[in-house]
Design a protein around this ligand. Structure first.
Ligand code: GDP
Ligand code: MG
Length: 675
């Protein structure tokens, strides 16, 4: 036997039946009980285990009995050295049974007049956890009312009242079975008689017990069920002893028997994985002689165990959640994140519930709420990250869908926007709804609103770009269309020249405007945007006109025009036939007339001014080009082609040209005379 050393092979999953000293002779509680319960394979047994303890004077064969009944290996007193000095409490798992067996070992204080304290403490300790208390006594001790056993039982009863006097939380009395095992039963006194004697004795003890006033009328049977067994002499009737022990064993092992001892009512409802912590707490209380308050012990136990169970659940949960953190932080949308999160979360809660729900309900529920908060605080950033990434990717998809849609001609911008916007919203909503976890207050509304806003502003931007492009195209067409008619109109310097110019301008501009409006319909442009675009178009058209005018009125071009006009009148007659001057001709008169008529053109060109006032064109001066952001322009100044000084300069330059023609004309008459 190597029970004192933990050198048993605990490797592997095989169940060990090693015993453990839970309280040593210096009254210290072992730290090894939890690992030992694990090695016994009882850690996950929940309530599906039983606990039995033994009481009785020293050397009455207690350990021997337990070893026979449960296959345990408690120390039996050596026959050769009838001396036992160790003291302590041992525990072992019963072979092939979910039973934890406690053996109390020690000096018989009552007989030696010492250390009754340990007896009392181990009684407390055993009662706080055991369902069945085996009271072991020799047959000849029965009826010895003054004997040590009776004193011990009195202790047991007192202790029990202190522990279980009040009802349990669920309203029942905590019951315990007292199983009297009468040893060395010779048989001359039938068991029935022994039973009667013991029962009467118990009753007497109970009555003489000093009970707290509120428990005065409690009966022994309120707390204890008494049961009896007798065993023959181990040495004198060895065979009979063995077979009777085997018979007694059945009462612990066979649930189907009517006299099965481990009735549910006796169970102290400490989950197996909490036994060690609970017993240690009880022992500490007992040791320090504090009032052992079992409800408090149970609550402490529950707090400790629920925390432990919760920690295990959280650790497993974190291992599952951790690999997803980085991808989310790096902007990835994780496929099926919601279902993963739901499964991690419910997995953790199932694990917690499975183990923790056996403990004090208030504590269990409180710690569960804490656990949920911890889980959700880990999941929430994943959820928010997923939303953010969904938002981003939906927006990217929206953009590229818009671009795809606008490739080529003949698309309907409004339709493209509407389709892309719907798809974007659906994509986001699908992802966001998938990522939700029930029983949380999570919401994706904010992110959705943000996304909607960004989609809107993107679409607006796109529309503005599109409008800009369209206005540019229309402007180019306008230029093409107006170029030739303008040149023609401007080359004929009649007084109504501007009327013709402006008429052409108006007609072409109207076409441009209606072509804009037709296209803008599909753009969902606001009225304001349309107004701005049209204003821009008008202004650009006007500047085009003005540019064309400038082109036609550069100094060289304009002087050429003037010369042509003058020549037509001076060098050709009214029939378009070139003149040959004769001396008698009124060269001076013709010259003056042609010159003055030509000079009259300069003021006509100098200002855009139709004869018909209804053709006058105006633009608001403050109009700035919203599409190009160019500076504002001053419309009235665009009407002026030549300033006053320019007019004088042009006049004098033209006069010089005209004078040259005059001189040439004169010379031609002289030369013709000379011929
Ligand atoms: P414990 O101190 O109560 O645990 O007693 P032990 O089991 O150590 O046994 C004490 C002594 O009693 C040992 O020498 C055993 O061999 C002996 N013994 C055990 N069972 C019986 C029994 O049923 N009858 C008798 N007469 N002796 C027993
Ligand atoms: Mg013993």
């Amino acid at each position: 036997m190597n029970g004192h050393h933990h050198n048993g092979d605990a490797a592997g999953k095989a169940v060990s039946y090693e015993r453990v000293q839970i309280v040593d002779d210096e009254k210290r509680f072992t730290p090894d009980l939890t690992p030992q319960i694990e090695q016994w394979g009882l850690h996950n047994a929940g309530f599906d285990y039983d606990m039995v303890a033994v009481f009785g004077s020293q050397s009455t064969g207690k350990s021997t009995l337990l070893n026979r009944l449960f296959g345990t290996n408690f120390d039996v007193m050596d026959e050769t050295r009838r001396q036992q000095t160790t003291k302590g409490i041992w525990m072992c798992r019963g072979k092939g049974m979910n039973v934890m067996v406690m053996d109390v070992e020690g000096t018989d204080g009552r007989e030696r007049g010492e250390d009754q304290d340990f007896e009392r403490k181990s009684a407390l300790f055993s009662l706080a956890s055991s369902e069945v208390l085996i009271v072991n006594l020799w047959e000849h001790q029965v009826g010895l009312y003054q004997g040590a056993n009776m004193g011990l039982l009195k202790t047991v009863f007192e202790v029990n009242l202190g522990l279980f006097g009040k009802k349990t939380a669920d309203g029942r009395n905590q019951r315990t079975m007292l199983l009297f095992v009468i040893r060395d039963h010779i048989g001359t006194t039938p068991l029935e008689n022994l039973k009667a004697t013991l029962t009467a004795d118990m009753q007497k003890i109970w009555e003489t017990l000093s009970k707290p006033s509120e428990l005065q009328d409690r009966k022994l049977s309120d707390y204890f069920d008494l049961s009896f067994a007798a065993l023959p002499h181990k040495v004198l009737a060895a065979d009979k002893f063995e077979s009777e022990v085997q018979e007694l064993r059945k009462r612990f092992a066979d649930k189907s028997r009517e006299d099965y001892v481990f009735k549910p009512a006796y169970h102290k409802r400490i989950p197996a994985d909490g036994v060690a912590f609970y017993m240690e707490g009880v022992w500490e209380q007992v040791q320090t002689n504090k009032d052992l308050d079992l409800p408090t012990q149970q609550e402490l136990l529950a707090q400790f165990r629920c925390d432990e169970i919760s920690t295990v659940a959280v650790t497993e949960f974190n291992e599952q959640a951790k690999p997803q953190r980085r991808p989310i932080e790096s902007g990835k949308v994780i496929e099926g994140l919601g279902s993963m999160m739901r499964s991690w979360r419910s997995g953790a809660l199932v694990r917690y519930d499975r183990d923790a729900s056996r403990y004090h309900q208030g504590v269990y529920k409180r710690k569960r709420a804490d656990l949920v908060a911890v889980l959700d605080s880990t999941l929430s950033p994943l959820f928010l990250g997923q939303l953010k990434n969904l938002h981003k990717s939906s927006l990217v998809a929206f953009k590229s869908e818009m671009l795809d849609g606008m490739r080529g001609d003949g698309y309907n911008f409004a339709d493209i926007v509407a389709t892309a916007r719907d798809r974007c919203k659906t994509r986001f909503l699908q992802g966001a709804q998938e990522a939700l976890v029930e029983d949380t207050d999570w919401s994706y509304d904010d992110e959705l609103n943000l996304l909607k806003e960004e989609v809107r502003s993107l679409a607006d931007q796109c529309r503005r770009d599109e409008t800009k492009k369209m206005v540019n195209v229309i402007e180019r067409n306008f230029k093409k269309q107006i170029s030739e008619p303008l040149e023609i109109a401007l080359s004929k310097p009649e007084p109504d020249m501007w009327d013709r110019v402006l008429t052409v301008f108006r007609q072409t501009l109207e076409k441009a405007e209606s072509s804009y409006l037709a296209k803008a319909k599909s753009f969902d442009c606001t009225d304001e945007e349309n107004a701005t675009s049209l204003a821009t178009l008008k202004k650009r058209a006007w500047l085009t006109l003005r540019g064309k005018v400038d082109e036609q009125t550069t100094d060289v071009a304009f002087l050429t025009k003037l010369r042509a006009h003058f020549e037509e009148r001076f060098r050709y007659d009214e029939h378009g036939v070139p003149r040959v001057w004769r001396p008698a001709d009124d060269i001076d008169g013709a010259f003056k007339k042609a010159r003055d008529q030509t000079l009259e053109l300069i003021p006509v060109y100098s200002r855009i001014q139709p004869l018909d006032p209804s053709l006058e064109y105006t633009l608001p001066s403050e109009t700035s080009d919203s599409l190009t952001g160019s500076d504002e322009f001053d419309f009235p100044s665009t009407l002026i082609i030549f300033t006053e000084t320019k007019i004088l300069d042009l006049m004098s330059r033209f006069r010089r040209d005209a004078d040259a023609y005059y001189v040439e004309a004169k010379r031609s008459t002289v030369s013709s005379v000379a011929q």
